[in-house]
Design a protein around this ligand. Structure first.
Ligand code: EPZ
Length: 451
């Protein structure tokens, strides 16, 4: 475990530039979509993160040839020889990511059967897959849950259906999209998630030949087609990583330009950032001396130099404040004067990490009640899903164990903001979603070292 520990000598503002690449939560889904085509697909600006490795492994097991293209971050997926993989081989990836569940529709279309290992991903609540299974059954799939994973067949093919999600789940919306595009007939999905990553997946599928209409009020209609080709796509930039660096700038009293960050996908975050007192400036062209390929422009985020202001915020599905922005920003809120309230309405158990912040000197109390906003589906149940943060608090160093991806990044920010040397255990988990984070930290002037 020793190589999985980072010593963080905190108390130094982070200053400089970092680049974000294609959004993790689009890239992995676009990779799965390549299975649906009958010709190769090319994806640009793919970050070197663990989730990409896991999906690459699963695609290769199913006969997709994955190769590097000419440009940095370019991956080519050739699905000409899709084939079955053994349960044992697939199970090597059990517990490593949530993405395997999205292989159901594409594998049923290509092979007539699928095996999905036990899922992993971050431990931020029970994370059931009941919506996925209900939708797949409505398409005509037979789903057998076994101790080793899930077996699916579609003896009569997959047929369009009408389905209303009980909650606008990102993954279940993607499941329906990836299944409906080649299903016979029309599918109507109600109460769909409309996150930017989903809109970008729809762009990918449209490039492949799919017919998808996004209506108002979260209704998506998909007309099944007989065949899909490959795609060539540059993904939207990672708005979650961008917000994480913005939070790091605010918490450490720094100044970070996030190259590639896109205002349109971050509007709600930017409003909150500004309400706290954070400053930002959007640029639409590349700064001088910046010639690397990718999206033009970016957003500079910096601390105002004066006191930050407490806010009340509530996480929600898009276009609300994304749940994945919550943990990094809470670290900055420990530095704001007054009482901040955070009501987490997407996941029931995503505030456990605040204990670690308290061990560093923060004053955060969690509650079962829906505080500061509208009642959510977790109210009056036994979930501590609201937090009250009293600030400003002087953070001091501590030993921290990373519990999940976003909380992990928040631990890192807290350690960087705190006086003294913290030891952060389990940092490799951060590689699931943050490319080269140690190099980026060094470029921003952070004093960190592997111990
Ligand atoms: C995606 O997870 C993201 N992951 C998450 O990011 C993100 O937090 C989440 O969407 C919400 O925006 C990926 O894209 C790989 P959901 P997903 O289905 O699709 C409940 C990160 O750090 N639900 O929208 O798994 C569920 O329990 C990760 O990058 C059911 O009840 O999330 C949750 O409360 C963490 N039954 C809510 O819906 C189901 O069948 C939203 O989950 C499915 C979901």
């Amino acid at each position: 475990m020793t190589d999985d520990v980072l010593a963080v000598h905190g108390g130094t503002p982070l200053n400089g530039r970092v680049r974000v690449r294609g959004a993790k939560n689009l890239v992995s889904k676009a990779m799965v979509a390549s299975l649906l085509g009958d010709s190769p697909s090319t994806l640009y600006d793919v970050p070197a993160i663990r989730d990409v490795e896991v999906v690459t492994g699963l695609l290769e097991l199913h006969g997709v040839r994955v190769s590097r293209g000419e440009s940095d971050g370019e991956l080519i997926f050739d699905p000409s020889n899709v084939e079955s993989a053994s349960t044992d081989e697939i199970n090597v990836h059990a517990g490593s990511s949530r993405i395997p569940i999205l292989f159901c529709g594409p594998l049923l279309h290509r092979l007539g059967h699928a095996f999905i290992p036990d899922l992993g991903g971050c431990h931020i609540g029970p994370r059931p897959i009941d919506f996925h299974i209900q939708a797949l059954r409505q398409f005509g799939a037979i789903v057998d849950k076994a101790p080793e994973g899930m077996h699916l067949t579609a003896p009569n093919g997959l047929h369009g259906t009408k389905f209303e999600l009980p909650y606008p789940s990102v993954g279940a919306t993607e499941q329906v999209l990836l299944t409906a595009v080649l299903a016979e007939g029309v599918t109507e999905l109600r109460n769909a998630a409309v996150e930017p990553e989903i809109m970008d997946l729809i762009c990918v599928l449209q490039k492949m030949g799919a017919i998808i209409t996004v209506h108002t009020d979260r209704v998506i209609e998909i007309k099944g087609v007989k065949r899909l080709g490959g795609y060539s796509h540059r993904p939207i930039p990672d708005r979650i990583e961008a917000a994480s660096w913005a939070a790091a700038a605010l918490a450490t009293r720094g100044d970070i330009t996030v190259l590639g960050a896109q205002q349109a996908d971050m509007g709600t975050f930017l409003n909150v950032f500004r309400s706290i007192g954070g400053q930002f400036e959007v640029t639409d062209t590349l700064p001088p001396n910046e010639t690397r390929p990718g999206r033009e422009g970016g957003i500079r985020f910096w601390h105002p130099g004066t006191e930050l202001t407490a806010v009340a915020l509530e996480t929600d599905v898009h276009p609300g404040f994304a749940t994945d922005w919550q943990q990094p920003l809470v670290v900055a809120l420990t530095q704001a004067r007054g009482i901040s309230i955070v009501h987490e309405t997407v996941y029931e158990q995503r505030l456990g990490y605040t204990e670690a912040l308290n061990s560093m000197g923060a004053t955060i109390q969690t509650y079962r009640d829906c505080l500061g906003g509208t009642p959510c589906r977790f109210g009056r149940r036994n979930f501590h899903h609201s937090a009250v943060i009293a600030g400003p608090s002087k953070l001091h160093a501590a030993d921290l164990v990373i519990p999940d991806l976003r909380a992990g990044f928040s631990h890192l920010i807290a350690a960087l903001a705190a006086e003294g040397t913290s030891r952060v255990y389990g940092v490799n988990l951060i590689k699931r979603g943050y490319e080269n984070f140690e190099t980026k930290l060094a470029e921003l002037g952070a004093n960190v070292e592997r111990v």
